[in-house]
Design a protein around this ligand. Structure first.
Ligand code: NCD
Ligand code: ZN
Length: 341
C-alpha cells in the first residue's frame, strides 16, 4: 500500500552490503537485519572469503550477530573472485549467491584482487556454465574520476564474451554506466542510496567530508541526475545496493581516510524520502526488491516494512561497549521519513 504519507515495502533487499566481522559485525548487522529480508554480503574480509568453509562460517557469524530479526534476514553469500575449479564452485554453489570480482588495489581490502581479466576467463567460463552470477567492482586504477568510465569497455567485453553470464556492475556512479544497461542483455547494476543524493561537491567542494568518501568516488551532477532518473523510473535492470561500508570513526577521521559510507541504519527511510520528494514512491518497491527478485530468481522471507512520513533524527554515532564508534551518513540530520515504530 502506498499513500503520500506511508508505504509498505515487501521483502526489501540490499544487493551490496559490507557487514565486516567481530565487534563491527555485531554492531552493524542488527541494523540491516531489522529492516531487510535479505542482503548480498560482500566478501572483502581480511583474509577474503575464498572457500565454502569460510563462507559457511561467515554466514553463521552473521546470523548469530543479526539479533532478533535473524530469522527473517537472508544473507546472500559471495566468494571473493580468484581462480576456482569446477569442484570448488560446485561445493560452494548450494550456499553461494555470486562471486565478487575486485581488480587489484582499487578499494578497501582488494589487495588479493585480480591483475588480469584475461587470466580470469577460465573461472568466468565455469561460472557462466554453472549459472553463478558475477558481481564486479568496475574501476581501473586510472585518474580517480575516470576509473569507472575506463572500466566500461571491460564490462562490454565480458558481456559479449560470456553472453549467458549474469553480470552486475556494482555501485555504478556515471551516466555512461546507466546507458550501458540498455546495450547488453546480461548486464545489470546496483546503485547506492548516497550516489543518488551526493556529488563530488558534497565530498570535497567545501570542507572535506570523510564520511562521504567512498569508492567509487561520487561524480558530477549530470551523473547523479542519470542515476537518479533510472532509479526513480525503477529501471528494470537497476537494483538498490547500499554499499554500506562501516569503518571505525578513527579510520575515517584521520590522515588517510578509509573509503566507505555507513548507510545501513537509514537506508530505507532515506530512499522513501528521496522517492517521495520526486513523486515516485510507487516505484520504490521495484527498486528495493522486485527488480532483484526477478533478475536473480530470489526467494527472500516474506517481510513487510512500513515507512511513514514522520521526522526522525539519524543518530550522531553508533557505538558499542568496547568503544567502537561508527558515524553514519546523515549523522545528526533530520529525515522526513522513518520506519514505523
Ligand atoms: C568498501 C569497503 O569499505 O569495504 N568501500 C567503499 O568505499 N565502497 C569496498 C567497496 O565496495 O568498494
Ligand atoms: Zn562495496
Amino acid at each position: 500500500m502506498t499513500s503520500p504519507d506511508s508505504i509498505i515495502l515487501h521483502r526489501p533487499l540490499d544487493m551490496h552490503l559490507h557487514l565486516r566481522d567481530g565487534d563491527m559485525l555485531r554492531l552493524v548487522a542488527p541494523h540491516s537485519a531489522a529492516t531487510l529480508a535479505g542482503a548480498v554480503i560482500m566478501p572483502n574480509l581480511v583474509p577474503p572469503v575464498t572457500s565454502v568453509e569460510m563462507l559457511a562460517a561467515y554466514r553463521d557469524r552473521i546470523l548469530a550477530a543479526a539479533g532478533p530479526d535473524a530469522a527473517t534476514f537472508q544473507p546472500l553469500m559471495t566468494l571473493f573472485f580468484q581462480h576456482y575449479t569446477e569442484a570448488q564452485l560446485a561445493a560452494a554453489q548450494p550456499q553461494l549467491f555470486a562471486v565478487k570480482l575486485y581488480p587489484h588495489g582499487v578499494t578497501t581490502n582488494s589487495e588479493s584482487g585480480i591483475h588480469s581479466i584475461d587470466a580470469a576467463e577460465p573461472t568466468l567460463k565455469l561460472m557462466e556454465e554453472m549459472g553463478i552470477p558475477l558481481l564486479v567492482h568496475g574501476e581501473t586504477t586510472g585518474f580517480v574520476l575516470d576509473r569507472e568510465a575506463e572500466f566500461l569497455s571491460i564490462y562490454e567485453r565480458l558481456a559479449a564474451r560470456f553472453p549467458r553470464l549474469r553480470i552486475v556492475m556494482e555501485h555504478i556512479t556515471t551516466a555512461a554506466a546507466v546507458a550501458l544497461l540498455d546495450r547488453h542483455e546480461n548486464l545489470h547494476a546496483t546503485v547506492t542510496g548516497h550516489h543518488l543524493v551526493i556529488t563530488l561537491d558534497d565530498v570535497a567542494g567545501g570542507l572535506l567530508q570523510p564520511h562521504l568518501f567512498c569508492k567509487p568516488i561520487a561524480k558530477r551532477p549530470e551523473d547523479r541526475a542519470a542515476l537518479l532518473a533510472a532509479a526513480l523510473a525503477a529501471h528494470p535492470k537497476l537494483m538498490l545496493g547500499s554499499d554500506s561500508a562501516p569503518h571505525p570513526q578513527h579510520a575515517k577521521e584521520c590522515c588517510g581516510c578509509a573509503a566507505g559510507v555507513y548507510t545501513a541504519p537509514l537506508l530505507l527511510p532515506r530512499m522513501a524520502q528521496l522517492f517521495a520528494e520526486h513523486g515516485a514512491l510507487d516505484n520504490l518497491q521495484a527498486f528495493v526488491s522486485d527488480n532483484a527478485i526477478r533478475i536473480h530468481g530470489l526467494t527472500p522471507p516474506d517481510k513487510a516494512i512500513t515507512l511513514v512520513r514522520q521526522p526522525w533524527t539519524v543518530p550522531a554515532v553508533y557505538q558499542d561497549s568496547t568503544g567502537l564508534k561508527v558515524i553514519p551518513w546523515e549523522a545528526g540530520h533530520e529525515l522526513a521519513w522513518r520506519i514505523a515504530p
